[in-house]
Design a protein around this ligand. Sequence first.
Ligand code: E4P
Length: 232
Amino acid sequence: MKFFIDTANIEEIKTALSWGLIDGVTTNPTLIAKTKRPFWDVVKDIFLLAQDKEFPISVEVIGMKNGKLDSEAMVKEAFTFVEFLKEHNLNVNNLVVKIPMSLEGLKAVKLLKEKNIKTNVTLVFSANQALLAMKAGATFISPFVGRLDDIGHCGIELVEKIVKIINNYKFDSQVIVSSVRHPKHVLKAALIGAHIATIPFGVLEKLSKHPLTDIGLEKFLKDWENVPQKIF
Ligand code: E4P
C-alpha cells in the first residue's frame, strides 16, 4: 500500500519524507490557498523535493471556460504544468494532473492519456463515477471518504465497491482513498486493499501513536535508571 501526503505545505512534506513513509503528494486549490504562497512557487518547491525518484505529485486544474468546466481548458492547463516543469528542469514524470469529476473532465482524461500524461480524477462520490473514470483511462481515482461520512454516508463502503470493480475487470486505475480524517480510515482502506491513501500530516503522525506505547516507554526508561551502569 502506498501513502501519499495530502498537503501543499513544504515543511510537512519534508518531514514526512524524512520518515521514509510517503510515496507521493496530493494537492488541491484549498490546500494551495492555505499556504498563502504563489501557486507556481509551491509547485516548484514540491517537485524539487523528490527530483530523482518516482514520486507522483497531483496538481489540480481549474479548467473553466465561460463559467463552465471545459475539457480543452483542462488539457491546456495540463500542458502549462508540463511546460513549467520542463522550463525549470523538474521531473515531468512525477506530474499527475488532477481533474474534477465531470463529463468534460473525463474527455480531458482520455486526451491526456493519449499524450502519456497521468491523471487523478477527483471529487468522486459514487461507484458509477469511478467506473466512468476507469473507462476514460484515469491513472488514479480519488473517492472522498471523509466528506461522504460528513453527510451520513459510509465513505469506506464506496472504496470497497471501487476496488471490487477494478479487480472484476482488471482496470489499470489505482484508488487513492482521499479526504482521510482519522487513522481508522487508513486502516479500513488497507484492509480493503486500496492501492493508496492520501493522508493529512496530522493523521500520518497519529498512525504511529498508541497510549500503551507511551506508558511502556515511560516504564522502560524508569526501570533503566535502576540498572547498574558499567562502562565496558
Ligand atoms: C485529495 O486529493 C483531496 O483533495 C483531499 O483529500 C480532500 O480532503 P478534505 O475533504 O479533507 O478537504
